[in-house]
Write a protein that binds this ligand. Structure first.
Ligand SMILES: Nc1nc2c(ncn2[C@@H]2O[C@H](COP(=O)(O)OP(=O)(O)OP(=O)(O)O)[C@@H](O)[C@H]2O)c(=O)[nH]1
Ligand SMILES: [Mg+2]
Length: 463
């Protein structure tokens, strides 16, 4: 009978016949075959089949135990995959290194990055880059750039930052569409009008736009420019002229490589501007540089605010000074800086609340916080940064003025540039506030903090 025939195969398989086992697999009885093979782990040939089945079925941990007990099974890429998937990163790295091609070196770099060994990650990323296929070039360049940034190495490649900022500014660029405006166009009144309208839509202040257009128009007449493409460098010059007080990328790297210890940074800004998120990212970067970091939860207004900072401190494995909701924020700031000195911290970062509807109390509270910080350490805060949410564009200027009234602000952090079409507001903000930009933020990952480079910003905007 048919039934007998089938069971015959099974019987032979159970006796360890390789052919019968392969037959079972062919018939689709994988789990049966696997359970039989598991009784023949000592047989080298059958063990190899079992390993393959485990890998195909993504049973990596089982494949791993087999590897551990019997050693050399499968190919290096298979073994690397098994180790990686079952969480044995160092062993996975060893296997990938045996392969040595682009993919495996890239993988090694990603794994080192995953376990937080950034110097090794950078080393292997650069080795992988030497073998990079053309379609992966950008991706690897960006990864190298991010790692260098995390490590606080100042000699970043301009192209990488340009690519990143271009991507970040996508929504703003889609609004301005300068390339479309300028392509195959004559210089005439209609062009200036369209340019004006698009710059206003990207949230550059109307008066400022009119001035810029006026200057561009004058230059175009002076040089008798007919082709719209040739207006681009003139526009760039006008933007750069405004942004020349907007800071440069060194500010970011000075922040990452502070001279004094503990280096105290005070973060200010209205609720939701991105203070806590930026503090968290910055703390992670310092931590990966091997610095000892302390956060001060001086936003005691809401319990959730304290908790959010706590989550970041756990994620970045840095310490935190906190008190209960409603505690005196100035006392939290004082204690954080004091602890920073006594326990030899490299960096102390103070988070604050920013409820604008209580303007007078807010100003008084911020002044008190600053005084307490100075009481604990007279040189502190070394830097006071005001965080502005770019999605509200120029409206942040009036907010900023309230904070400027309370505390001497050294510079700005512009957040959420990834989610806004109002990126042009950066130009108005710099012009109006005369403050340099220390950091731009564009996402949720630790790497999504960037230096501000006016030239790159303008090039990206006009590209
Ligand atoms: N897309 C994007 N979202 C961001 C960025 N920075 C912060 N956010 C988000 O913005 C929201 C507010 O960020 P928070 O860091 O809590 O802001 P905060 O200034 O600490 O706010 P309060 O604690 O309420 O004063 C959160 O949902 C963040 O995930 C950024 O650069 N890009
Ligand atoms: Mg917060």
């Amino acid at each position: 009978m048919f039934f007998w025939k089938k069971s015959d195969t099974e019987k032979k398989a159970k006796e360890g016949s390789k052919e019968a086992i392969l037959e079972l697999i062919k018939e689709g009885k994988r789990s049966k075959a696997i359970s039989i093979l598991e009784d023949f782990k000592n047989n080298e040939e059958l063990r190899r089949i079992l390993f393959d089945l485990y890998v195909q079925d993504k049973e990596y941990y089982k494949a791993y135990t087999l590897l551990e007990k019997y050693g050399n099974l499968g190919t290096a890429p298979e073994r690397a995959l098994v180790y990686e998937e079952s969480g044995y990163i160092q062993k996975a790295i060893e296997e990938y290194l045996k392969i040595g091609d682009f993919n495996s070196l890239y993988k090694v770099a990603l794994l080192y990055r995953h376990i937080g060994d950034y110097p090794k990650a950078l080393d292997f990323m650069e080795r992988a880059y030497k073998l990079v296929p053309y379609d992966k070039k950008k991706e690897v360049e960006e990864a190298i750039f991010d790692l260098k940034k995390i490590l606080g190495i100042a000699d970043i490649q301009k192209e990488s930052l340009f690519d990143k900022i271009s991507k970040t500014l996508k929504k703003t660029k889609d609004t301005i569409l300068l390339n479309t405006v300028f392509i195959n166009r004559k210089v005439d009144e209609a062009l200036f009008e369209e340019l004006e309208e698009r710059l206003v839509r990207a949230d550059i202040n109307v008066k400022l736009v009119l001035n810029i257009i006026e200057a561009v128009r004058a230059e175009a007449i002076k040089k008798n420019i007919q082709n719209a493409e040739e207006l681009k460098p003139i526009l760039k010059k006008e933007f750069l002229n405004i942004l020349k007080n907007g800071g440069n990328k060194d500010l970011f790297f000075e922040l990452l490589n502070p001279k004094d210890k503990p280096f105290v940074i005070l973060f200010l800004g209205v609720n939701g501007s991105g203070k806590t998120t930026t503090i968290g990212k910055l703390a992670s970067i310092y931590k990966t540089q091997g610095k000892k970091v302390l956060l001060g939860a001086a936003d005691t207004f809401r319990a959730a605010a304290i908790e959010q900072l706590e989550v970041w401190s756990e994620r970045s494995k840095v310490d935190i000074v906190k008190k209960h909701e409603g505690a005196d924020p100035a006392s939290v700031a004082f204690e954080a800086v004091k602890k920073g000195i006594e326990e030899n911290y490299d960096v102390v970062i103070i988070d604050t609340a920013g409820r604008l509807h209580t303007k007078e109390p807010l100003i008084n509270e911020l002044r008190k916080i600053k005084k307490s910080i100075q009481k604990a350490y007279e040189k502190a805060p070394h830097v006071s940064l005001l965080v502005l949410d770019s999605t509200i564009g120029q409206n942040s200027i009036s907010q900023a003025k309230v904070f400027k009234e309370a505390v001497d602000i050294n510079g700005l952090v512009i957040t959420k540039l990834d989610g806004t079409s109002k990126g042009g507001s950066v130009i108005s903000i710099v012009k109006d506030l005369s403050l340099p930009i220390y950091i731009t933020a564009d996402g949720e990952r630790m790497e999504d903090l960037d230096p501000f480079d006016p030239e790159i910003f303008v090039d990206a905007l006009l590209s």
